[in-house]
Design a protein around this ligand. Structure first.
Ligand code: GLV
Length: 316
């Protein structure tokens, strides 16, 4: 028997519950704020710990992040260091993010932001120059984890010219890959579309910055599907106003919900979505949680490990 506290609304649906029970027949689960009468459970599946959140029990052995990026859980001091944190790995979520990136890449091809602005001002101003082909459009993808790789290969399969950068070197069919600090500058050089899918870590904070924007082709589209902390907002504002960046598709923000008075809301070259670029799918999330539980049971390496346990209190 494994006891799981589900503390994310995306885990409350019947499809998720049925899929999890299919993978882990002896699971006993509760949907927060419900919980076991004795307060004890083995696994906490949560995106963000609410404020306040009941004290975590001694029985807890694993925190499963109900999302691809666990930066906020790693930083949460209410989670003791002896607990491992793993993140969800879900092909369905990766496919949604690939759709989002393709949407922005096609918007670039179709000059979408210009015509939106023209429409808002009642301006009829067709551009008759030959339209770019997909292969003409150079996309730079930052981050080659499971999601970044899916996004890069999907864009490449759609016909875009794709480069991708990761901290350590990776190979990906149909994609020119770069790594290391020098590789980053080379990867983004001349890009028309810059897609960020990096994890947020001290070395990636503010990486979407003025020096990077200056290397893009003027008028490039920026697509931030990572975290708000990756983006230097002042640099973005300057780059938008200087035409260095033609349009920014932003799905994640330093403060969420984005404060109503923030300049980003009303900038005509910014497209906002409320952090829905790729949501965990019920089947994929259940499968990922089940894989983590199985690894915990068998003391196998935890898939999606973000932070290892500081001590050894980690098997079921
Ligand atoms: C969403 O931001 C996620 O990390 O899954």
């Amino acid at each position: 028997m494994v006891r799981v506290l589900l503390a994310d609304p995306l885990a409350y649906g019947d499809e998720f519950g049925a899929a999890l029970a299919g993978w882990v027949p002896d699971v006993e689960s509760w949907r927060f704020p419900d919980g076991p009468a004795d307060g004890n459970y083995d696994v906490l599946a949560v995106w963000k710990l609410e404020e306040p959140f009941p004290d975590l029990p001694e029985s807890l052995k694993l925190v499963f992040c109900f999302g691809a990026g666990a930066d906020h859980l790693v930083a949460d001091l209410r989670i003791p260091a002896h607990l491992p944190i793993v993140r969800l790995i879900d092909d369905g979520q990766a496919a949604e993010l690939a759709d989002y990136a393709c949407h922005a890449a096609f918007a670039f091809l179709l000059n979408d932001q210009k015509y939106r602005i023209d429409q808002a001002h009642g301006i009829w101003d067709p551009v008759f120059a030959r339209r770019r082909t997909r292969a003409d459009a150079r996309v730079a993808v930052l981050g080659l984890g499971p999601i970044g790789s899916t996004v890069a290969t999907t864009l490449a399969a759609a016909g875009f010219t794709v480069r991708a950068w990761s901290r350590t070197s990776r190979c990906l069919p149909g994609v020119e890959t770069f790594s290391g600090q020098a590789g980053l500058a080379d990867c983004v050089y001349g890009a028309n579309i810059l897609v960020n899918l990096l994890p947020l870590a001290p070395e990636t904070v503010g990486i979407l910055s003025a020096p990077l924007f200056a290397r893009l082709t003027p008028g490039a589209y920026l697509v931030n599907l990572g975290r708000g902390g990756h983006l230097d907002e002042v640099a973005l504002q300057n780059a938008l106003d200087a035409g260095e960046i033609g349009c920014a598709f932003l799905d994640a923000f330093a403060e969420e919900p984005l404060p109503r008075a923030h300049w980003i809301w009303s900038h005509e070259r910014v497209r906002i979505t409320p952090h829905i670029g790729g949501l965990p799918t019920p089947a994929g999330a259940a499968r990922s949680l089940a894989a983590a539980i199985e690894a915990l049971r068998t003391a196998a390496p935890l898939p999606g490990l973000v932070r290892a346990a500081a001590a050894t209190k980690t098997s079921l």
